[in-house]
Design a protein around this ligand. Structure first.
Ligand SMILES: [Zn+2]
Length: 456
């Protein structure tokens, strides 16, 4: 069915485009808070009345929508974990009245995928979050040439949102000739040749793919690829990868943060601050069971719009994120994020409870990529045997080493750990043919020995 033949839906879309897209600029704290309270109450009522999973959960916890008046009241509601959603059937997490919901699933790199259902209106709202970010960086989606490098797996949110949702749906109304969408799995050399001819004003996509393109650009490919802006999403972006991409394309990069379950969460403004899309999600940060506002914690999100599966106090993003109380001088509202530390499912732990998350480890490898401009590291695995002994296995692709010495690379990996952790750490780096564990951080240290956490 073409949703756009439905005038009520078109009306909603136009309203979204005009009001929702721009709401984040110029909104003050009080207005935002009132807006959030209104939306949260609406979503909780909707969940209680229409979604069996939420109704059962809230009844069991003894809370009722009328108990939730303010944002602080939200804490009365129990958290929802990824595992809980994973176990639900479609019937339990969607309203029976809603037809035409679209199933989207997480990639499953962090365990079994979880699926949620979205309405076409939610898809449009999600895309507005991205369009807002483009607008912030002076990219006009109607006129500028745009390239998106996306996850186009069968049930990926991006495929459902764009390739199967908005683009075919809106084709009768807009031309999308200025937008090209590629799978991030497409061969990088082939891709950069196509981009050379298309000459995009904007390239947005997965950090890893942007890094590959940047390395090819450094080697002289894609002479005419000179985007005004590049947008990175999907992975934690560290300072080395950022520098690599910005320097290779001589351009400006922004970070966009979001998740399949929640939609867009935050965007980087032109002053390089990460603003939460405070009108699309309400974010809480939990450390040791307490809500924190100025130190790193696990992000918990509540989605402020819906029609499909509501996301309320959802812990399944599994990212450690540090909120910030600072203010940005730009006109965008929404709380700020100081740093996204990334996934916390695996980590290394050192004396005094110092925790090294995957993002901190991969930063060491990013530095190698940046300094040597090399793609020779195919894979790595870090095993922590004791608090001060690490074994680092690296799969090196000799074909891509192009004169870069493995010894120098290994020495930089070692010094990376010394600088981040301790200079008396024992780090053994060795070359292996393959890695089979499927996870790249393994710690044999008993984590219960430490009662507090500091993120390195
Ligand atoms: Zn700002």
């Amino acid at each position: 069915m073409n949703y756009l033949l439905n005038p009520a839906f078109m009306g909603k879309v136009l309203k979204s485009y005009l009001f929702d897209l721009n709401r984040i600029w110029g909104i003050n704290e009080k207005e935002l808070r009132e807006y959030q309270e209104r939306q949260i109450k609406k979503m909780i009522k909707y969940s209680y009345e229409n979604i069996p999973f939420y109704r059962k959960k809230y009844q069991k916890a003894g809370v009722h929508p009328k108990d939730i008046e303010t944002l602080d009241d939200l804490r009365k509601l129990p958290f929802v974990s990824k595992d809980e959603l994973r176990k639900c059937s479609q019937k339990e997490i969607t309203p029976s009245s809603q037809k035409n919901l679209i199933k989207t699933s997480t990639s499953g790199t962090m365990g079994k995928p979880v699926s949620v259902y979205v309405s076409m209106h939610e898809i449009v709202m999600g895309l507005l979050g991205y369009l807002r970010t483009l607008k912030e960086h002076g990219i006009n989606w109607r006129n500028d040439r745009i390239v998106l490098l996306l996850d186009l797996r069968r049930n990926s949110a991006e495929r459902k949102y764009l390739n199967e949702g908005v683009i075919p749906g809106f084709k009768p109304f807009f031309s999308f000739e200025n937008i090209r969408i590629y799978s991030f799995k497409v061969d990088s050399e082939k891709l950069i040749r196509e981009l050379d001819e298309f000459q995009p004003d904007f390239i947005g996509g997965y950090t890893g793919k942007l890094v590959n393109l940047a390395l090819l650009k450094e080697k002289g490919f894609g002479k005419n690829v000179a985007p005004r802006v590049v947008g990175s999403s999907g992975n934690t972006l560290d300072k080395y990868l950022r520098m690599l991409i910005e320097e290779a394309f001589n351009t400006r990069l922004f970070e966009a943060y979001g998740a399949t379950e929640s939609g867009p969460i935050a965007f980087e403004c032109h002053d390089r601050k990460l603003h939460i899309h405070g009108d699309l999600v309400y974010a809480e940060f939990i450390n040791n069971g307490k809500v924190v506002s100025n130190e790193p914690g696990n992000i918990v999100v509540t989605k402020l719009y819906g029609g499909g599966t509501p996301i309320i106090r959802y812990t399944g993003i599994n990212d450690v994120v540090a909120p910030s109380k600072e203010k940005c001088s730009c006109a965008a509202g929404g709380g700020l994020i100081k740093k996204i530390y990334g996934r916390d499912n695996w980590y290394l732990i050192f004396s005094d409870g110092r925790i090294m998350l995957p993002s901190a480890v991969s930063e060491i490898f990013s530095r190698v990529v940046y300094e040597f401009k090399t793609r020779m590291i195919r894979q790595f695995e870090v095993t922590q045997h004791t608090v001060n002994k690490l074994e680092v296995k690296v799969v090196v692709d000799e074909k891509l080493s192009e004169g870069v010495s493995t010894a120098e690379v290994f020495s930089m990996i070692k010094s990376g750990f010394y600088e981040k952790v301790d200079s008396d750490l024992k780090v053994d780096v060795k070359k292996v043919d393959k890695i089979e564990s499927g996870r790249y951080l393994i710690s044999k240290v008993d984590k219960n020995r430490f009662d507090h956490k500091i993120y390195i």
